[in-house]
Ligand binder design. Structure first.
Ligand SMILES: *Cc1c(COP(=O)(O)O)cnc(C)c1O
Length: 338
């Protein structure tokens, strides 16, 4: 798949590393777990949104934008990384923050909220859970246009067809790395939220004939609701690329057993996963996404879905900045996080 005709900015030095996790593998009793460190990508610190922003920012600059408008939850990694990209490019940035958990936004909170202020967000509009975010962002954009400015709206999670190109690029990067390592993988485990990451990998795997099964772990929805979003995103990416591939329904698989009780609300399996990776490999996960996604990998291993001899690659999508907003939970007894 040829991505070269899409404008792209670069925010990382090169491919994100792939590492084997010997201590974690031993603690788990198999499978053999590998990790792709998208938490080490560029921007403050980076994560999966960095890859999407490379293409979204290319498009925004080509459109002559001077201000980014995006949205997210109170501890949004996407907002932090979008703001960081805006700072680097000399653009302003505004957020619409959705309080999915009522009362959860505190302007002086730590974690990503602190970063919003340190990096110099221009304005934040807080709206209640269930608000039409596209409309709320359009309002902000209208205000900016009325003031003679050029807003560029980035949807939640950066998950549209352009943002998804970042994970087509990741699929290609991964294919090249596995070739150089001489290391086949049996599965890739990926988080599935606003779906640009999962959908981008689905499109990139199909388009590049990578036949490794992709196992999605939902962070906010069960498969019945999540899989159609991922399918739609993957197809939108194919269409943008102009490749004549219909994404089959079977190309999308996710599990919904680890996100409850609610998006961003802790559970015991998340706390166990965060502690386990920190204490075996000194790698930080986050409480909202990768802790629950790794809980999925651990749970599927214990159920025998992954066999001890399988090689399973976990995509670390970032997010550890949010740990600081959840310190007492992630340090506590996992059972207390019920
Ligand atoms: C946004 C995010 C995800 C989910 O990715 P989507 O592309 O929204 O599905 C996973 N992990 C982290 C750390 C994130 O910030």
């Amino acid at each position: 798949m040829d991505l070269s005709r899409f404008p792209r900015r670069r925010y990382s030095q090169g491919p994100s590393p792939i590492e084997f996790l010997p201590n974690f593998t031993e603690a788990l009793g198999g499978p053999r777990v590998w990790i792709k460190r998208d938490d080490m990508l560029g921007l403050t610190p980076g994560g999966n949104k960095t890859r999407k922003l490379e293409f979204l920012m290319g498009d925004a600059l080509a459109a002559g934008a001077d201000t980014l408008v995006t949205c997210g939850a109170p501890q949004s990694n996407h907002c932090r990384i979008t703001l960081a990209a805006a700072v680097k490019e000399g653009l302003k940035c505004r957020f619409v923050i959705e309080e999915r958990v009522p009362g959860s936004y505190h302007p002086d909170a730590t974690g990503n909220n602190f970063m919003f202020r340190l990096l110099g967000v221009e304005a934040i509009t807080v709206v209640p859970g269930g608000t039409n975010m596209a409309q709320a962002m359009e309002h902000v954009a209208q205000e900016l246009r009325a003031a003679g400015r050029k807003p560029y709206i980035i949807p939640g999670g950066g998950s549209n067809a352009i943002g998804g190109l970042g994970y087509v690029a990741c699929a290609q990067e991964l294919q090249q790395q596995l070739l150089e390592m001489g290391q086949p993988m049996d599965y890739v485990v990926v988080g599935s939220g606003s779906s640009g990451t999962h959908g981008g990998l689905v499109a990139g795997f199909l388009g590049n004939n990578i036949h490794i099964p992709l196992v999605g772990v939902g962070v906010s929805r069960d498969p019945a609701d999540q899989d159609p979003l991922v399918l739609k995103e993957a197809q939108a990416i194919m269409d943008l690329l102009g490749v004549n591939i219909q994404v089959p329904r079977e190309a999308v698989l996710s599990f919904g057993d680890w996100w409850r009780p609610k998006y961003s609300v802790p559970n015991p399996a998340m706390v166990e996963a965060v502690q386990m990776l920190a204490r075996t490999e000194a790698i930080l996960l986050d409480p909202v996404y990768t802790g629950k996604i790794m809980a999925g990998l651990i749970g599927l291993s214990r159920k025998g879905y992954f066999k001890p001899q399988d090689n399973v690659l976990f995509l670390h999508t970032g997010g550890a900045t949010a740990l600081h907003a959840y310190e007492s939970v992630v340090l506590g007894d996992p059972a207390a996080a019920a």
